[in-house]
Design a protein around this ligand. Structure first.
Ligand code: ADP
Ligand code: MG
Length: 347
């Protein structure tokens, strides 16, 4: 009797041991995006446990960090607008705020998650695509002169103070990167060291594919397809920000969902920016900041943010890169007509 129970168990063990290494992909739908988790040669039980935990973590972040669906961040924004001081914060939001403050300073305020009020004016806080004429110029001008920024906030003993009631937090440019980092931490805690977590084309990869580098694509700024590919071995994130997915359209004019906090207006002329960095949160914030920085200022802002690989594509299709990025990028079938290589980013 005992033997009968043991035999299938033993068989299962044998099968597990002789299983050839392979990659498995699991799909989750969170943050309104398809997230795929690819692991190389992982124990099925570890993989399942990790994916379950990632799913729960993502659902919790989605609830806590959402800028317009009822939840903790919406409550915090209402309290700021009422001029309340000493606002209680969940630890995950306190951490998002302090990390954002540093990235805000390094980017000279171009990455500014205090921009929620302006995003609301432009109709970018909602589930559908906004349309209709752009918002009233005076309302935009009022927002710009109030100049809400991350430096208006301070946290003491877990309590938030805000010097500017026009601050409204929206972590849309940062949250996905932070979430991908959490997912990687969870995979590692389950002993999985070779994996890719990909949220709608933005990803972080760790380890390798049985010793071979992971090969990943960079989204084409216009349309479907892949603009370029690159290899990752080790630990690295690839984040692309652009104006091709979310925008407001009125009478044939497209207004980008990335806004310049200095003018209150959508960014123009830049199609996409791709950033590589070990940390997904930093890569995500930097990609957004560099779209705002544009052709003139991307190099300086990238240096200040500690970014070593950048590719920027402007509306004319011209590609700007630093030399280290150029060495790693392999363009798909059609290489861009004009590529401008900057001076190195590393000192
Ligand atoms: P995507 O991956 O969707 O292109 P991004 O990481 O570039 O996203 O973030 C874009 C989102 O960030 C916008 O939808 C908006 O919520 C927010 N955002 C727009 N402009 C800024 C800005 N200057 N600083 C911080 N967040 C911004
Ligand atoms: Mg971003």
């Amino acid at each position: 009797m005992k033997k009968r129970i043991l035999t299938p168990l033993l068989l299962l063990l044998l099968v597990a041991c002789s299983r050839p290494p392979q990659s498995e992909t699991v799909e989750l739908y969170v943050f309104g995006t398809l997230v795929t988790i690819t692991v190389w040669d992982a124990e099925p039980a570890a993989r399942e446990a990790a994916v379950t935990e990632i799913n729960q973590t993502f659902q919790r972040m989605h609830h806590e960090w959402h800028a317009w669906k009822p939840g903790p961040l919406v409550e915090i924004n209402l309290a700021i607008a009422r001029g309340e001081q000493a606002i209680a914060l969940p630890p995950s939001i306190a951490s998002l705020i302090s990390r954002s403050q540093q990235l805000y300073r390094q980017s000279e305020g171009l990455f500014n998650p205090a921009i929620g009020g302006l995003l609301g004016l432009w109709g970018f806080q909602g589930d559908g695509r906004p349309n209709g004429p752009p918002p009233d110029r005076e309302a935009i001008a009022r927002w710009v002169s109030a100049a809400p920024g991350m430096d208006d906030l301070s946290i003491n003993d877990g309590l938030l103070r805000c010097a500017n009631p026009k601050v409204q937090l929206d972590f849309g440019a940062f949250a996905k990167g932070v979430a991908v980092d959490h997912a990687i931490d969870i995979l590692r805690a389950h002993g999985i060291d070779n994996a890719i977590v990909n949220g709608g084309g933005d990803l972080r990869a760790i380890g390798s594919k049985g010793g071979a580098p992971w090969r990943v694509g960079i989204r084409h700024p216009q349309g479907e397809g892949v603009l370029a590919a690159l290899e990752i071995k080790g630990d690295e994130s690839v984040f692309t920000s652009g104006n091709y997915e979310r925008y407001r359209e009125h009478e044939g004019v497209r207004y980008a969902h990335i806004l310049d906090p200095r003018s209150g207006l959508p960014v123009e002329g830049i199609t996409s920016v791709t950033v590589l960095h070990e940390n997904g949160g930093i890569a995500d914030a930097a990609a957004t900041a560099l779209v705002v920085a544009g052709v003139e200022d991307w190099h300086r802002i990238a240096r200040q943010m500690g970014i070593h690989y950048v590719m920027l594509v402007d509306e004319a299709g011209t590609v700007y890169m630093n030399p280290a990025m150029q060495q790693r990028i392999e363009f798909a079938a059609e290489a861009p007509a004009t590529i401008v290589i900057s001076t190195p980013l590393k000192p």
